[in-house]
Design a protein around this ligand. Structure first.
Ligand code: ATP
Ligand code: MG
Length: 437
């Protein structure tokens, strides 16, 4: 097929064949979040560019290299590269933060970053994320990490490691920045251009540089944990105690600084050992300064975001179970024009009962229609020919067992079909139980 215009590099189509995988991840994430008391929020796809400059940070890769920005009339807009900035903006703008604390929201959205595309790295990708505002206690960190852990467990992911770190508060970070600066200053002839400018403005960003030379130099850099103030150290230690109490395994990784500027204290990543280099399936942490930075009252906050493409990749690699997509309950096979009209009436009624019912609308032969019913995995079929219309009776055929049951095509038909479906469901259940025993 010669298609004139193909999809851009780095974006994907999700076709009906795979949509159940997305539904699985979205449903399990949403159910778990609700069990933790989080409610869904939906925010716009684009925001004023300044929102991201100010929150994500001007020296980050995301802002410096990856944003999709358009100038529309006089104003600069950017497609959201992540969900936190827009969510916090929306919480502020809609007064959520004036309500009882903590405020807990979750979102499912697409993000846009102009990245070098590769396995697990796209230009449009999807995140499930949560934000909790209004608690500075380590128990809030424990809640958020425990939610991420619970989602990944319920999805059936294996070989996932949790790494945690603390990157301190502005107070202890000032000391750390000095130490980092001194360290990189003596090695600056080898740093990449971007990192050279970061050295002045935000030396911690160098630790997040993807260039091989810079990350090699950064290997011996001082680590933030040695510079934490008492409050930050205590917070981090209490969090570790809570995680141990909950039997959530973790490793401390002082190298984790996260790619966005707004983090303070706790940062964490869930990493899979099964999908190659782009292996972080969830990243998050605390951002106690962000709400104030965006114009709100000083309010501590924290959250995480999961990359849904990467999670589905792991699930596919590990043969995890996806929720089974629904299938057609009844496929009606009309043999002539009059039967089509009868099929329409029956279909309408059964759909009112909530059944998935279809009939032939392309004029196939009987044989071809049966083949089609098989292909779409219909549970039952109903052939309507001249005989059936004259006698006003037709046979409902169970496509799995081949069993046929003759039913009157009168006003009670829908009730009878309903009874057959319930019977069938109970039968399937019995089989499942028998198999289990
Ligand atoms: P990475 O180090 O992989 O670039 P990041 O630090 O930029 O990740 P975050 O901004 O924390 O990522 O986003 C949270 C999650 O979103 C990541 O852990 C990952 O699962 C997913 N993610 C980020 N960027 C992409 C992308 N370009 N394509 C697919 N998933 C992504
Ligand atoms: Mg990135």
């Amino acid at each position: 097929m010669a298609l004139n215009i193909k999809r851009p590099n780095g974006v994907q189509d999700i076709t009906p064949k795979n949509i159940h995988k997305w539904h699985t991840v979205e449903k399990i994430a949403k159910d778990n979040a609700e069990n933790f008391g989080f409610k869904e929020i939906r925010i716009p796809t684009f925001e004023n560019t300044n929102l991201f400059m100010r929150s994500v940070g001007e020296t980050t890769d995301v802002v410096q290299k990856e944003m999709y920005t358009v100038m529309a009339k006089e104003t600069k807009y950017t497609l959201r590269p992540e969900g936190t900035a827009g969510t916090i903006r929306a919480m502020l703008e809609n007064g959520l933060l004036n309500d009882a604390m903590p405020q807990k929201v979750f979102y499912i959205l697409s993000c846009f970053r102009h990245e070098r595309t590769q396995q697990g790295r796209f230009r449009e990708f999807h995140q499930f994320g949560v934000e909790m505002a209004g608690s500075q206690l380590p128990s809030a960190d424990a809640e958020v990490i425990s939610l991420a852990n619970s989602i990944l467990n319920h999805l059936g992911l294996k070989n996932i490691e949790l790494y945690i770190n603390s990157i301190g508060c502005p107070k202890c970070r000032a000391e750390y920045h000095k130490a980092l600066k001194a360290f990189f200053e003596t090695r600056k002839e080898n740093l990449c251009g971007t990192c050279l400018s970061r050295l002045e403005k935000n030396p911690m960003r160098i630790l997040d540089c993807k260039s091989e030379i810079c990350s090699d130099i950064a290997k011996d850099a001082p680590i933030i944990l040695d510079y934490l103030c008492n409050e930050c150290r205590e917070h981090f230690e209490t969090l570790q105690k809570y995680l141990k109490n909950m039997n959530i395994d973790f490793k401390i990784n002082p190298k984790i600084v996260r790619g966005l500027d707004y983090y303070t204290k706790t940062v964490f990543e869930f990493v899979s050992s099964d999908i190659g280099a782009q292996s972080t399936v969830c990243g998050g942490g605390r951002y106690d300064g962000l709400i104030e930075q965006l114009g709100g009252k000083p309010t501590p906050a924290l959250g995480f975001a999961m990359g849904l493409e990467r999670i589905i990749m792991v699930m596919e690699n590990q043969n995890c179970d996806f929720l089974q997509p629904r299938t057609c309950d009844l496929y009606i096979v009309p043999m002539d024009e009059q039967a089509v009209e009868k099929a329409m009436t029956i279909t309408k009624k059964l759909r009112e009962y909530g059944y998935w019912v279809e009939y032939d609308v392309v004029g196939r032969t009987l044989k071809a229609q049966m083949k089609y019913a098989d292909k779409i995995n219909a549970s039952f079929t109903l052939v309507l020919g001249e005989n059936e219309l004259v006698s006003n009776k037709a046979k409902v055929k169970n496509m799995k067992t081949g069993e046929q049951l003759e039913l009157d095509l009168d006003e009670k038909f829908a009730d009878r079909f309903d009874a057959i479906c319930v019977d069938n469901m109970l039968g399937n259940l019995d089989q499942l139980i028998a198999k289990d025993e």
